[in-house]
Design a protein. Structure first.
Length: 414
């Protein structure tokens, strides 16, 4: 037997597939979760919690400074003269800012099998720009069986197809576990949770827009006449359906008996199911619930710690993925020995003024930060070398253990 519920066809294959009671929304939610869903990135984004999770991760990554560094004998320095520095840090192409580029790229990584970008090159073969490719427009990675070269097919907005080969596209694959070449679609993995959330939202919308929630019901001792039944249907549709007519009493005729009616969305656990679905979506994307404005369990003390965990467990791993993609696809073999890209996440971990002051004071006093190191972290101008901006200092009371005998007070026993 087949029937439609919430716009979805449900099939009962045998007598053991028993339907939940009509009045128990919680059991219906559990029942629907076992029937499978087909969810795409576009349909998933219609769920508010998904949109917020994807947006908060993508815009956090897009707002981080991304810079190219050059390895030196005594450390590293910003490679501001390298052509790739400007592309990564400010302007991937003449029409797109770095924020816009990375926001879209990360969103595709989160919602699909991976992120793609077209590499623009100048006449000498150097990287001259990057263009985002929506993953839905790109094929899976293909491999030439003769020479092992990778390539993809890209469908343009006007319907034409372009072939991009190794060196012509940047690619960050999603999670792989059942294939060494094809990433898993995260929307397929999370389909049950996201599909159930979508249907619960539809159910809630339907309940408020079209559902009847009367204040009571009427029991009739026998069958209504055809005329009375037709009058009741017309009166019910006009006066009792929709949120504005909630809790009104129904009226019948011919000896009907009234009874109170107590069912509502909260008692039927529909609202609780939707709250739980939000928590599940946060787990999928690795976003703390307070980031999607679910503050049921948030306190002043734990939000700061959750923000740190968000950086450490969600933002930092994503940063490493993108840094290694840049290293793999945008740097030549010669450059890979000298250059590397780095997202600066320090700003997300700085904490309040008191915490930063203590951190800087400790680093300055113990000799592993100088004045200019601290000022750069605070986006302040350097102090000149003549004024000691690059000098590393240590607390005067710190002395090597070997020098202790020479610093004992006069008269003290050796």
């Amino acid at each position: 037997m087949k029937f439609r519920l919430f716009g979805k066809t449900i099939e009962i294959r045998n007598g053991t597939d028993k339907l939940p009671p009509a009045q128990n929304d919680g059991e219906w939610a559990a029942y629907l979760a076992g029937h499978g869903y087909s969810i795409s990135a576009n349909t998933a984004l219609k769920v508010a919690a998904v949109l917020r999770c994807v947006d908060v991760v993508a815009k956090t990554m897009a707002s981080l400074p991304l810079e190219l560094f050059r390895e030196r004998e005594h450390g590293r320095e910003k490679a501001t003269t390298h052509p790739l520095y400007r592309i990564l840090h400010r302007l991937p192409n003449r029409h797109t800012t770095a924020y816009e580029f990375w926001h879209m790229y990360v969103a595709n990584v989160l919602l699909t099998t991976g992120g793609f970008a077209k590499i623009l090159r100048d006449r000498r073969g150097f990287v001259a720009g990057l263009l985002n490719i929506p993953t839905v427009n790109a094929s899976a990675i293909q491999t030439n069986q003769i020479n092992g070269e990778r390539y993809i097919y890209v469908t343009t907005d006007i319907g034409t197809t372009e072939v991009l080969r190794d060196g012509e596209f940047m690619y960050t694959p999603g999670m792989r576990f059942s294939s060494d070449t094809d990433p898993e679609d995260p929307m397929t993995i999370a389909a049950d949770v996201l599909g159930l959330t979508r249907d619960l939202n539809s159910y809630a919308q339907s309940a408020f827009e079209e559902g009847a929630n009367p204040g009571g019901f009427v029991e009739h001792p026998g069958l209504l006449s055809e005329e009375a039944y037709e009058r009741f249907k017309a009166d019910f549709k006009q006066n009792y359906m929709g949120a504005l007519n909630a809790h009104k009493w129904l009226f019948l005729e011919e000896g009907a008996k009234a009874n109170p009616y107590s069912r509502d969305l909260e008692k039927s656990q529909a609202l609780e199911s939707r709250k739980f679905a939000v928590t599940e979506i946060c787990r999928i994307f690795g976003v703390p619930p307070h980031k999607v404005f679910d503050l049921d369990r948030a306190t002043f003390s734990n939000i700061e710690q959750q923000n740190i965990e968000f950086v450490q467990e969600s933002i930092a791993p994503m940063a490493v993925r993108l840094e290694q993609t840049i290293y793999k696809d945008l740097l030549t073999e010669k450059d890979q020995n000298v250059y590397f890209a780095k997202f600066n996440v320090n700003g997300l971990l700085r904490g309040d003024i008191a915490a930063r002051t203590a951190f800087y004071h400790s680093g300055r006093q113990d000799g592993w930060l100088n004045a200019n190191d601290i000022r750069r972290l605070e986006d302040m101008n350097d102090i000149s070398k003549e004024d000691g901006g690059d000098v590393y200092c240590v607390n005067g009371n710190y002395i090597p253990l070997s020098s202790v005998p020479q610093n004992l007070p006069k008269g003290a026993k050796q």
